[in-house]
Each structure stands twice: as structure tokens, then as C-alpha cells.
Design a protein around this ligand. Structure first.
Ligand SMILES: CSCCC(=O)C(=O)O
Ligand SMILES: [Fe+2]
Ligand code: NI
Length: 272
């Protein structure tokens, strides 16, 4: 029997078996075949190294020396000896071109955004195992800790949803809510765009297992990516209120509280 262990590194997905042999490596431009055993913390560094400082990785042989600058990078995943990945979602600054919203809209060169930058603007993130979410202890704990007693599921893809086009259009209109927006991706993927403190869009790529909380009052929007499919769990404290307030909302109480919170945590906010 094969036990799959999935590692993520800079957006690469490495599926390994219980003996850490590589089964599959996706989203890399080069393929990567290695059958060596992992010998503890650090082996991923020996195998995978970034090809540039923007966090792209190339794939090296086990004999490849560790580049010095690697320690300065913020990897998507740090692999511990116990195989407990410390996850971060892939996030980047976008170009403002009018191309299809479902495209990644990377800048040239790519500009990735670290988890700590997301945390600075109040975005929370967990990576959970989405397979048995009904009996997941991790999910249960988060829901208990944060009072998320309401839950429903939302599937988005053409043909499955009533008023699909209309819904998608509204999701992509920049808005805020009076409450947190809590989404847990069970299948598929999509982009949450959030404004940073300088009013610049950050695109956060949510994939299965990713759970994200956007604070009340943050300007944001959502789009499917080119996979055109996402299954999301929506969580809420108490009776859900999905009301969206489209920008501008500078006088909305939730917006004002949000700006105050940013300022009091030392994040300088650009006047809008
Ligand atoms: C499809 S969930 C994300 C869309 C959104 O921002 C919302 O529902 O308010
Ligand atoms: Fe929203
Ligand atoms: Ni690769």
C-alpha cells in the first residue's frame, strides 16, 4: 500500500510515497526523478533549489549543493523531519491588465507575497486535510476556538449554479462585509484578491485544504481560476449575513474599525 505524502514548495506539488520516493511532481517546468530516501530535516533543500529570488524552484539532484541565499527565501512549505509541513498559500501582486480574470495575472517579473504580509493585513490561513472534513479534529478545533457554528457548502462551476454569471460577477466586484469572510476550499481552486495597506491587489490562490479568513472591512473580491471549479465550505458566527458593500465604503463602521486595527498594529495605511 502506498501512503501519499504531499509536499508543497513554492507552488510545486511533490507527491511521495511512504518511503519518500517521488511519485509525481507537478507544476514544475522540469521533471524530477529521485528515489533517494529522505534522511531528515533539510533533504528538500538538497533536492530543490530556487532558480531565482522570486521563489521559483528548479529541481536538482540530491548531489546539488544548497545555495546560500535559500535561507532568505520564504518557502511555501518547510519540511520537518516529522513531515509536518508549515504551509502558506501562494500569493502575488497582480498586473492590472484587462485580460481574463481567471488568468493568474502575474507581474513581470513575478512578485510573490509572504504569509507574514498577509497576516499583517489581518488575513488568517490554515492548511487542513480536506478529505474527511466531517470528522476533522483540526477543523473542529478552529470552529470551536473561533465560534464558527454555522456551516454550508458552495460549489461553483458553470451549469451547476443558478444565476452563475451574475454570482461570479458580484463576487469579483470589490466589496467589504460587516463580518469575517471564512472560506475553506474542499476541492478545486480559485483566487481571493485582497487589497493591502497601500491599496495594491494581492492575489491569494486557494486550493484544496486551504482555509482563509478575511477580516471584516477588508476590500476583496473572488474569481474562479482556469480550472473553473471550486467547492468551498462557508463558515460563520451565528446566523450568516452575506451582504456585500461595494467600494467605496470608507464610512462603513466595519471599514473604519478595520483601518483603526491596522493603524494600531503599526501598519501605515495609505489614505484612499
Ligand atoms: C465564492 S466565495 C467568495 C466570494 C465573496 O467574496 C463573497 O462571497 O462575499
Ligand atoms: Fe466577500
Ligand atoms: Ni520543479
Amino acid at each position: 500500500m502506498w501512503t501519499k505524502v504531499i509536499f508543497h514548495l513554492y507552488g510545486h506539488r511533490l507527491v511521495k510515497d511512504e518511503h519518500h520516493k517521488l511519485i509525481r511532481h507537478t507544476r514544475g517546468s522540469r521533471s524530477f526523478v529521485a528515489t533517494n530516501k529522505i534522511q531528515g530535516r533539510g533533504i528538500m533543500w538538497n533536492r530543490i533549489y530556487p532558480s531565482n529570488k522570486y521563489g521559483m524552484v528548479g529541481c536538482g539532484s540530491i548531489h546539488h549543493p544548497q545555495p546560500k541565499d535559500l535561507r532568505n527565501l520564504e518557502p511555501r512549505t518547510l519540511i520537518s523531519h516529522q513531515q509536518i509541513p508549515v504551509m502558506a498559500p501562494e500569493a502575488w501582486l497582480i498586473d492590472e491588465s484587462d485580460e481574463d480574470q481567471r488568468l493568474p495575472h502575474h507581474r513581470n517579473p513575478k512578485e510573490f507575497v509572504s504569509l507574514s504580509k498577509l497576516q499583517e493585513i489581518g488575513v488568517l490561513y490554515w492548511h487542513l486535510d480536506p478529505k474527511n472534513y466531517e470528522s476533522s479534529e483540526e477543523l473542529k478545533k478552529i470552529r470551536e476556538d473561533r465560534g464558527y457554528n454555522y456551516m454550508d457548502l458552495l460549489e461553483l462551476c458553470p451549469g451547476k449554479v443558478e444565476n452563475y454569471e451574475e454570482k461570479l460577477k458580484n463576487f469579483y466586484r470589490e466589496h467589504i462585509h460587516a463580518d469575517e469572510e471564512i472560506r475553506y476550499c474542499l476541492e478545486g481552486s480559485g483566487y481571493f484578491d485582497v487589497r493591502d495597506k497601500d491599496d495594491t491587489w494581492i492575489r491569494i490562490w486557494i486550493k484544496e485544504g486551504d482555509m482563509i479568513v478575511l477580516p471584516a472591512g477588508i476590500y476583496h473580491r473572488f474569481t474562479l481560476d482556469t480550472s473553473n471549479y471550486v467547492k468551498l465550505m462557508r463558515l460563520f458566527i451565528g446566523e450568516p449575513v452575506w451582504a456585500a458593500y461595494n467600494r467605496p465604503q470608507e464610512d462603513h463602521p466595519a471599514r473604519q474599525v478595520y483601518i483603526k486595527t491596522l493603524e494600531s498594529s503599526g501598519v501605515a495605511v495609505k489614505a484612499h
